[in-house]
Design a protein around this ligand. Sequence first.
Ligand SMILES: Nc1ncnc2c1ncn2[C@@H]1O[C@H](COP(=O)(O)OP(=O)(O)O)[C@@H](O)[C@H]1O
Ligand SMILES: [Mg+2]
Length: 374
Amino acid sequence: MPTVLIIDDDASVLKLLDFAMGQAGFDVMLAGDGETGLEQARAHPPDLAIVDVMMPDLDGYEVCRRLRADPRTANTAIIVLTARAQAVDRQAALEAGADEYLVKPVMPDELITLAREVLARPRAAAEAPRRGRVVTVFSLRGGVGVTSLAVNLAVAFAHLRKDEVSLLDMNALAGHVALMLNLQPQLTLANLLAQGPEPARETVEKCLVRHSAGIRILAAPPQPMMPPAGSGPTVRHTVSLLKSGFPYTVADAASTFDEATKALLTASDLVVIVVAAEVQALQTTITSLPALAALGHEENNLWLVLNQHTPQPALPAQMVEKALKRPLRARIPYEPAAAQAIQRGVPLILHKPTSPMAAAVAKLAYQIDKHLSY
Ligand SMILES: Nc1ncnc2c1ncn2[C@@H]1O[C@H](COP(=O)(O)OP(=O)(O)O)[C@@H](O)[C@H]1O
Ligand SMILES: [Mg+2]
C-alpha cells in the first residue's frame, strides 16, 4: 500500500483528503504544519507527500526544499497544493522540488489520479542526487560590493566544505569575476546562453574555468551583451546542473531584474542582498524586497548584509537597520586593501586572510552553511 503524507494547516482539507486517499487505498499520515510534517517524513519516509503552500511558519516551498535536501526523503514524490494559480507559482513549486502542482480547491478524484500518475513515474535510483545550495549575491544598486562578496564567499565555501564550489558571473553587460581572479576564460556565459534552453552537462562543464582556490568559474562575456529572450530556462537548467555537481554555487547577479536574473534568483536557496550605508542603496533595497519575496522567497532566506565599501559610511548601521525594519545578518567592514586585491587578481580572503573583512566574509559563509544544512 503506498504511503502518503498530507501536510496542510487547514483541518477540513486534512479530513477530506484523509478520507478520500484512504478510500483510494493509500496509507495516510497527516500533519497540520510544515515542521511536524518534516519530522514525520524523516521518521517514516512516505512514497508521496502532498504539501500545501500557504502555511504559517514554514511554507510549502520550504517544506519541498527540505524534503529534497534530506537523503531519507530526497526521492519522495511531491505534489504541491496551492490557492494561487499564477505561472510563477507553478515554477516556484517545481524549482522547490515538487513533481506536480494542483490548484485549490482540490477535487479528491483529480488528486488521486495525479497521485497515481506521479507514483508510476520512474524515480531516481536509491542514491539521491547530490543537491548543492545556490547562494546569489544581489543588489539593484551597482558598485556596493556584490562582486567582491560573491568571489570571497565562493572561496570561503570551498574552504569550509573542502570541496570545489562553482561561481557564476551573471553580469552579461560587464562582469568582473574573471578580472578579480586574474583569469582569461575562453568560454563564457555568452557561449552558454547561445545553447538554447537545455545546455548539456558537458557544455556547462567546458565553460567552467578552474581557479586554484577550489572554485570553478563561469565568467561573464568578454563583450557587453544583453541576455537574449528565452534566457530564463537556460539559466534555470544551468543552475540545476551546477546544483547536482557542487555543494555550493555562488552567483554574482546583475543589478537588474531581467528574465535571466529572475530565473537565477528564483532558483537560489538564499539571496544575500548587499546594502551600503547610503540613502540611495537603502531606498533601492527597500523597494526591491517585495519583488524578491514575490519570487517565492521567505524572509528567512533573504539575507541583508551591510557592506562598508567606502572609508566613511554616510549613515550609521542602526539607522540602516531601522529603515529596513529588518536585522542585518552581517556587517562587512571597510578594507583598505580591497582595491589592491582586485588589482592583483587575488580574492581578499587569500590576499589578506587576517583582515577584518576576510574574517567577516568567512563568518558569513559559516552562518549561511549552518542555515542551509538542514
Ligand atoms: N568592504 C569593502 N572595503 C573596501 N572596499 C570595498 C569593500 N567592498 C567593496 N569595495 C570596493 O568597492 C568597489 C565596488 O565593488 P564591487 O565588488 O565591484 O561592487 P559591485 O559588484 O556591487 O559593483 C570596488 O572598488 C571594491 O574594491
Ligand atoms: Mg559587480
